[in-house]
Design a binder for this molecule. Sequence first.
Ligand SMILES: [Zn+2]
Ligand SMILES: [Zn+2]
Length: 122
Amino acid sequence: MRLSANFDSSEFRCSCFNCTYLEGPDKFPHPELVHVLQWLRVRVGASIHINSSWRCKEHNSDVGGAKNSQHLLGTAADISVTGLSPKEVYNILSETHPDCCGIGLYDTFVHFDVREIKARWG
Ligand SMILES: [Zn+2]
Ligand SMILES: [Zn+2]
């Protein structure tokens, strides 16, 4: 299902492919998450690869995710952007979301989630 100009719901699904796929914007991914990613896509003019977004409980523990991970809520995505380093992506998201959201910098990707309280790591 198409969620925005450049994103399809299949890109956000749990990558274990064993769990039930709860399709629909009311379930996951969070509409605000799609909104920010689409905004970023336009801003950078480059394709965004979603490494991991929604995770079922089983998959989240398989990949060592935190128990209260935002990935369980459909509010998070781990992304990489063609032609940009994770640090550059991190900086763009931090500057444009100074008072909210979870943003984590990793070697090969950036974690972004739309939680209300500001969190930064990496
Ligand atoms: Zn799963
Ligand atoms: Zn993440």
